[in-house]
Design a protein. Structure first.
Length: 168
């Protein structure tokens, strides 16, 4: 057992670290108050790593960057159909951003005062990830979620079959 001198006890009581050496092994130790040790021990623990698995998706479309080619198309199309108000242009840009970022995928989204918020996205509705993302919603959100499969922006191929494509 290592015994502390009265000076060492006084230093430890004042919160100062006290270095002591075990005379039999020559191992050095530092004596600190318990609350100091617990604080230091907590700081040295590695951060907890989140378990892999589905994470909730809450992507406000308004927060996504507007790529220059999408902005140019929104301006051109908005001018053509007469969208002059800022609100109309913003909604058009948001719709085109949905097509740009999520086109060809199934999405579930919520309407909000800040525009659409995508809460689930997957290539296929049978994808378990889609259901897992929806499981993070409240019951009220699930009732108001809209499911859509937006077309890809700038996609020249139609996903709708034409019944008379072989006729000229």
């Amino acid at each position: 057992m290592i015994a502390l001198t009265p000076e060492q006890w006084q230093a430890a009581a004042q919160g100062e670290p006290v270095r002591v050496v075990d005379p039999s092994t020559q191992n050095a130790f530092v004596v600190v108050r318990a609350e100091v040790f617990e604080r230091l021990a907590g700081a040295m623990k590695p951060p907890a790593i989140a378990a892999p698995g589905p994470q909730p998706l809450r992507q406000r479309i308004r927060d996504l960057p507007l790529p220059p080619e999408v902005a140019a198309e929104a301006a051109r199309f908005g001018k053509r159909i007469g969208f002059w108000r800022a609100k109309d242009r913003r909604q058009l840009e948001e719709q085109m951003k949905i097509q740009h970022y999520y086109g060809g995928q199934w999405i579930a989204y919520l309407r909000s005062d800040e525009g659409p918020v995508v809460v689930a996205a997957a290539e296929d509705l049978n994808d378990s990830l889609f259901d897992q993302q929806l499981s993070f919603l409240t019951a009220e959100e699930r009732r108001s979620a809209l499911i859509d499969r937006p077309s890809r922006l700038f996609d020249n191929e139609s996903e709708i079959g034409t019944p008379f494509s072989d006729e000229s």
